[in-house]
Design a protein around this ligand. Structure first.
Ligand SMILES: NC(=O)c1ccc[n+]([C@@H]2O[C@H](COP(=O)([O-])OP(=O)(O)OC[C@H]3O[C@@H](n4cnc5c(N)ncnc54)[C@H](O)[C@@H]3O)[C@@H](O)[C@H]2O)c1
Length: 292
């Protein structure tokens, strides 16, 4: 997308944190935004604040819909509501996310179902509900899926459900970006480092069907890291800039580059090890080092 004024965005998790930051950035750039969130009260509060900040002739540029992104039908209903309200859709931000932690053997089935449902299925639902409309419109568009640095760094102990879903979002977005070349839309994956949001209070939105939550935190990330994190409004502005520049990865903390490099260096070492392994060299497998 190279021009966003007057275009329509749909943002999940828009009542708080990064989703709200994106919403503000899009509104400031002249876009119309459908805020989607599971929390009705937070949505109402946010809507009132946003409307107050907009000039009176733009108060209809924001609307809201309650959605549970883990439920496919709920996201499709929200997509219909967006098209009924604004007539079009151009930018889709599948951003709602939750966190649950604990040793792998302690993570319950409910932990997995909840985190996969919101963080990964939620992204799939948003793509499937909106991409056909973006293609049909033929005006271009962009998908922004929120992953995390937990989707590109090496494994983070005590955070298997979160870590796994964030890797999945990176993989899915890379596929969608390729498919978008034919479909006439772009795709980016947002990989935030610490951002000052309410993410560590995620259990507030855990439905009873998932059972009680044991732990929220990862060994490497504390609630304090999040409290001292980047202002979500800055992340919103960065996302808009990256969409206009059609970037694949949107990183919020350039200091973490070295950790990604180290992960890739370890992978390269394991390619070399495999090329010299007995199994591949002795069998003359393709790519194996030649026996001297
Ligand atoms: N804050 C960080 O440091 C950080 C870092 C990396 C990635 N992220 C990711 O950023 C995204 C946004 O989180 P945040 O940090 O702004 O947290 P947040 O808790 O402030 O906002 C998340 C929003 O998602 C909503 N939500 C939760 N479950 C939902 C559901 N089932 N359906 C619809 N909405 C739901 C919540 O009500 C909330 O408004 C998440 O995907 C998170 O994993 C955050």
């Amino acid at each position: 997308m190279d021009n966003v004024a007057g275009r329509v965005a749909f943002v999940t998790g828009a009542a708080s944190g990064i989703g709200l930051g994106m919403t503000r950035a899009f509104l400031n750039a002249g876009m119309k935004v459908m805020l989607a969130d599971i929390e009705q009260k937070a949505l109402d509060r946010t809507m009132a604040t946003l409307r107050q900040a907009l000039p009176s002739n733009r108060s209809d540029d924001v609307a809201s819909v309650v959605v549970d992104v883990a439920e496919r039908h709920s996201v499709f209903q929200a997509a219909n509501a967006t098209l009924e309200t604004f007539g079009k859709i151009h930018a889709v931000c599948n951003n709602a996310g939750v966190t649950s932690g604990g040793h792998i053997e302690d993570c319950t089935e409910g932990d997995w179902k909840w985190v996969i449902g919101v963080n990964f299925l939620g992204v799939i639902h948003g793509c499937q509900a909106f991409i056909p409309h973006i293609k049909r419109q033929g005006e271009g568009g962009h998908i922004v899926n929120t992953s995390s640095m937990a989707g590109v760094l090496g494994g983070m102990p005590d955070w298997a459900p979160y870590n796994s879903t964030k890797y999945s979002v990176v993989g899915l977005t890379e596929v969608i970006r390729q498919e978008g070349r034919e479909g006439g839309y772009g795709a980016s994956v947002l990989c935030p480092g610490g951002v000052a949001t309410n993410i560590f209070d995620a259990p507030r939105n855990r439905g009873d069907q998932y059972g009680p939550q044991q732990s929220t935190v990862a060994r490497d990330v504390s609630a304090d890291d999040i409290r001292k994190g980047l202002n979500p409004d800055i992340v919103g502005r960065l996302v808009l800039e990256a969409v206009l520049a059609d970037r694949l990865f949107i990183f919020t903390d350039p200091r973490l580059k070295g950790r990604v490099e180290r992960r890739h260096e370890k992978m390269m070492l394991d390619f070399e090890w495999a090329a010299n392994s007995k199994a591949l060299t002795e069998s003359g497998a393709p790519g194996a080092s030649k026996k001297s």
